[in-house]
Ligand binder design. Structure first.
Ligand SMILES: NC(=O)C1=CN([C@@H]2O[C@H](COP(=O)(O)OP(=O)(O)OC[C@H]3O[C@@H](n4cnc5c(N)ncnc54)[C@H](O)[C@@H]3O)[C@@H](O)[C@H]2O)C=CC1
Ligand SMILES: CC(=O)[C@](C)(O)C(=O)O
Ligand SMILES: [Mg+2]
Ligand SMILES: [Mg+2]
Length: 348
């Protein structure tokens, strides 16, 4: 592992140079990797592993959208695509990539197929960490580890195809064979990770749940909405409000942040903008920090897991979810966004 300095703190990371694809293939050469679930992570991880030359099969409920997508992606029924129980029986590394709530329901079936020496692989620390709520307690004689790509399965695949990679965290929860760590890292390389940083199941799930509820998804929409509403109520048009809230951020400024950091983005804006942004970021931090504290405590106590599980297991959850997504989509701000995006020169 390479020791690197992250802002003054030394951490160890696994890079592709020190754990090349060849080595990953060697470590997993006798394994049958069964990817269970073909939603968002399932396709990204299984296709990357297939293209990387691993022995991969997919297990998915027959019929339905995900099954058809798997067939369209080149998985062959009866050869590399099976119903879930068949894939569980054939697999020696079981990649449990159903939604976290669905993992609870299928657990008794999965457990039955976890014979000694097999591996149970997750992409989230959820099921194991919140075992009091999920009932997921792996048998003692299997390896249990996770690789959690830090991004959507869609990006994992897109970046892989472009020859890039997302970074992932990895963690070993249980090492029954003495080889769990090596297998875990090999899986991380196989699914297309850029570099791998080590964590444990608890830290993975608590940071992940905080991030997606916070700056990655929840907080950002909240801040967008607040600014948009203030601009609109002060007489600005939808296009002006959208451009100054979202479009400029995603098209111009965030790519600069991604490239070289916040100070560099600031340095490439006007002195007027810099002055204002430097004066205002701390008040925004101070205003939102209590909400982040509240969020973290709610994650830590298990309350967010409870909400996720109970809401996701309601029979009409999909319908309600669609209505909530429609509320976002049909809001004036995101409707204005559809029109603004349509005007991007490259879309014509
Ligand atoms: N969505 C993402 O990009 C990311 C997901 N993860 C983690 O990866 C894991 C998989 O997540 P997603 O790919 O988002 O899952 P998902 O919500 O897309 O569902 C995956 C599959 O589960 C199947 N499924 C749902 N309920 C089922 C049931 N009762 N019985 C059998 N199959 C059922 C669906 O057909 C679907 O193919 C989770 O642990 C998640 O936290 C980690 C990083 C990012
Ligand atoms: C994409 C990702 O890493 C998330 C936001 O944590 C998730 O989809 O659960
Ligand atoms: Mg995440
Ligand atoms: Mg997540």
């Amino acid at each position: 592992m390479a020791k690197l300095n992250f802002g003054g703190v030394e951490e160890e990371v696994v890079t592709r140079e020190e754990f090349p694809l060849e080595k990953a293939r060697e470590v997993l050469s006798t394994e049958t990797i069964a990817v269970i679930g073909y939603g968002v992570q399932g396709p990204g991880q299984s296709l990357n592993m297939r293209d990387n030359g691993f022995n991969v099969i997919v297990g998915q409920r027959k019929g339905g959208k995900s099954w058809d997508k798997a067939v369209a992606d080149g998985w062959v029924p009866g050869e590399t695509l099976f119903d879930i129980e068949e894939a569980l029986a054939k697999g020696t590394i079981i990649c449990y990539l159903l939604s976290d709530a669905a993992q609870i329901e299928l657990w008794p079936t999965v457990k039955k197929h976890l014979t000694a020496g097999k591996s149970l692989y997750f992409s989230h620390g959820f099921g194991v960490t919140y075992k009091d709520q999920t009932g997921i307690v792996p048998p003692a004689d299997v390896d249990v580890y996770l690789v959690a790509p830090k991004g959507s399965g869609t990006s994992l695949r897109r970046l892989f195809v472009e020859g890039k990679g997302l970074n992932s965290s990895f963690a070993v929860f249980q090492d029954a064979t003495g080889k769990a760590r090596e297998k875990c890292i090999a899986m991380g390389i196989g699914v297309g990770s850029g570099y791998l940083f080590e964590t444990d199941f608890y830290r993975e799930v608590t940071s992940d749940l905080t991030g997606e509820r916070g700056t990655l998804m929840g907080a950002i929409q909240g801040i967008f909405a607040a600014q948009y509403e203030v601009l609109r109520s002060n007489g600005h048009t939808p296009s002006e409000a959208f451009n100054e809230t979202v479009e400029e951020l995603t098209q111009s400024l965030m790519p600069l942040v991604a490239e070289n950091g916040m100070d560099w983005m600031y340095a490439n804006c006007s002195t007027t903008a810099q002055r204002g942004a430097l004066d205002w970021w701390k008040p925004f931090r101070d205003a939102t920090k209590p909400v982040f504290e509240q969020l973290y405590n709610s994650v830590k106590s298990g309350e967010q897991a409870t909400i996720s599980i109970t809401r996701n297991s309601q029979p009409d959850y999909r319908v309600k979810l669609e209505a909530e997504l429609a509320e976002l989509r049909e809001s004036e701000m995101w409707q204005a966004g559809t029109t603004v995006r349509g005007l991007r020169p490259e879309r014509n």
